[in-house]
Design a protein around this ligand. Sequence first.
Ligand code: HEM
Length: 326
Amino acid sequence: MRRDTLLVALAAFGFASPGLVSADDQPIGVAIVDAMNKAFGVHPGFRANHAKGVVVEGSFKASPEAAALSKAILFAGGTIPVTVRFSDATGIPELPDGAGPANPHGMAIKYHLPDGSDTDMVINSLKFFPVSSGEDFRDLLLAAAASPPDAAKPTKFDEFVAGHPTVPAAFATAATPDSFADEEYYGIDAFVFVDKDGARQAVRYQMVPERVVHLETADAGGKPPNFLMEELPARLQRGPVTFHLKAQLAAAGDSTKDPTQPWPDDRKVVDLGVLTIDKAVADSAAAEKPLLFMPGQLTDGIEASDDPLIDVRDEAYPESFSRRNP
Ligand code: HEM
């Protein structure tokens, strides 16, 4: 049960002390969007995080191995149209694509299923997440907001990082690619596949390009400010871009609860199918506004795991959406 739901339930049954559900005691997803606004500034009309992006279109075709793992209609083998948004990190819409804070880059995919519903994947180029709870993510953002370049050392951010070694370790796994097409993206949070007999398998997604090309930091810094946003539509005029969607399978004992802990590299990885991107949209700035990608928007045969970040994200993304589309 979500914390806000729990508080409401406690209040309804008379267990909560007066004032427990107060204006300050907001859901963690809302507090995180506030913290993002503090760290990155408020930019009306833009996402609280991953503000700068580009929208493209294509299709997905599943492999037979995918259908064996999950009964999801996504994996039944038909051609599934997709809308994809690639993005830079942070809520700063004018951030240069080659800047360090633009890492991790994001990839959000909306699969338009034959039954008329959508299922989403919202993934990025970190191999694992810096923190394992919504509260820690809020505190990381608040520490960053309280640590401008002229802040006294050690800054609040230095102090937070000292107590959370997974923060620098996670950010060290990301680098600027030479193209959104030449990057590998990771689901990080675990999901559960359910097959036609009800068998369950925890997985983490990997979106694997034809090749990964990372730039040296100095080369990335010297690139034109919109080089990633502009390169992809130009590349698509010359031909499609493909990725293989893969699932890393958890083995017995692998934790699905902690997104700071990658599973060992020797875990089996199954090819779920090919994602082909073949078209830029005419007006990306207009197309991205009504799009809301939700990590927990799933279809029968794919379920959320016990990873607590999924619920927190499902609270934060609509909060950001309603602020950018008032
Ligand atoms: C507690 C953890 C997290 C929180 C609270 C959070 C919050 C947010 C918010 C508020 C947005 C803006 C949403 C919108 O306006 O539509 C966003 C965007 C995004 N996030 Fe997260 N995030 C979290 C973790 C992650 C993780 C683990 C990943 C990747 C595995 C990720 C990838 C992305 C991407 C790719 C976008 C851009 C989506 C788009 O293009 O519309 N986030 N996040």
